[in-house]
Ligand binder design. Sequence first.
Ligand code: SF4
Length: 316
Amino acid sequence: MLKYLIIPLADDSVSFCHYERGNKSDRLIDMETLKNAIFWAMTENLNVQFVYPDKEIPSAYKAIVETIDHAKIVGSHCEDKVLTDEADIVVFDGWNDLDTFKCQSGKSYVVRTDKADLFDNADVIKSLFPKLDRLVVVITDIDKFQESDFQKYEALLNAMIPIIKEEYGKGHSLHFNLLTDRMFLDKMNNCNAGDETITLAPDGKFYICPAFYLDGSKTVGDPVTGLDIKNRQLYRLDHAPICRKCDAWQCRRCVWLNRKTTLEVNTPGHEQCVVAHIERNASRRLLDEIRTLGEFLPEKEIKEIDYLDPFEIIKQ
Ligand code: SF4
């Protein structure tokens, strides 16, 4: 069932996920289309997320946006500083500006990084934990991970565990998606693009997610004629034969990455699975560590497993 509508307000709206930001045009969504999209979201009872470009949008657009409850996703380089202050989610491309940016408590900060920059910035990440309440790291080249990267990734997450434990010891319930999300989950909590989330792009058409719009994929309808997703069941967890048996519940289960790596939206690539399982197993170790401080999530159990790619188990 649909729950969320993502509306990138321009072709070059900030990317908050694995895909690269659009760079071919700075076209804004048409104002009538925006009004229709908001009306459609109201009739479908959807939560709306507006994704902003770095250039300030005209005040007429701001007035339309404010006609519906919504979340704002804004880039750290947005010209509109009032908007950046009001944003629910601020997105950084890389680690460079984070030490000087004035972070606010209660807000989510997303950092898009490739694996090389991630491995080089372990100290920056550690230094952020006392300052932020929610840090979301999105690795933009997961599909390029190799065996040596998996080992570096595991070492990086292990090095974060004592620092996060220290924060919890101080009463700071920090959320760091790569390590703490899995501790709190009872079931799959994925992106669910095409099932629970749909995107209305600046061309006035629906797409599975902003990445599908930017890579030239086919539209899946518009607010006037409605949604038309071919083989819609393939976007659901119950039609993802590997993922539905998996307990790396924090995994994004990115259908765009799936299609890029396996040509099937419901079949993940090896790299996405191994990365998610390294996170899952590190979360297990973090949970054990925090419990040495006192009672913490007593009903939660993350089982010990001896595989990193569920496909290997299914093959047997
Ligand atoms: S780790 Fe792999 S199998 Fe598990 S949810 Fe993620 S993509 Fe699916």
